[in-house]
Design a protein around this ligand. Sequence first.
Ligand SMILES: [Mg+2]
Length: 260
Amino acid sequence: MSASTPIPPMIVLTDLDDTLFSSIRKQGGRSAPAEASTLEVAATLRDGRPISYTSSIQRAFIGWLRRADLVVPVTARTTEAFKRVNIRFDGGAVVEHGATILRADHTSCPVWAARVNAALANEWAPLEALHAQMRSALGPQYSVRLAGDGRPVYLMVKHLDGDEAAIRGAFETLVRPWADHHPGYHLHINGNNLAVMPPSISKRAAVAWLICDLRLAHPGACFVGAGDSSTDWSFMDLCDFAIVPQGSQISGVLGAVLHG
Ligand SMILES: [Mg+2]
């Protein structure tokens, strides 16, 4: 490449939780004890208590990402939870598993919101029924709720003690049989997080729409996707390059496929 050749802009689309930062439990699982003292708070709960941390390695990665022309978070977090992330992003963001696209001023993109709301009118009733079924079947040790900004857009289930085997059991006995009769709904399970999204809501759908928009503003741009969960692959697959954290759900799948 000659010195006079202009370098195209680089745009990074990145997941947040377990990609740029992690809970203290997961940090403990993959950090050497000596690194524990280097953890820094990356996100807080509503009451201000820390909930997520960056390791020194994750901060190095974030610093490297900042060399890109634009970094767009693509997260399951609601807008309110996204605002409790301490890392500064200067552009827009995809939040709520793709149900909402935030503009640079953190207001919702009305064009995308109208598309999602129109689709939800036909896709919401089955999810409400699954919500009711899971609330009656699961005990008080589970959080089963319809989550979203102002209006609910997806079903979210967690075990209050972080019992990942119990969440997997709930998925296999309740969600999978339901999904067999409701094709098109997106299922996400990773650790203690179980989510069911309507067909029109996905990180992939929102990123596909956003990339069309960004290509107009940044002709010839190189898109890089980063994420840890299998559901992140749905949008990383739309990018020119993909970055996966070591020890993540995607790296586990890749390792099993490539090395048995
Ligand atoms: Mg993640």
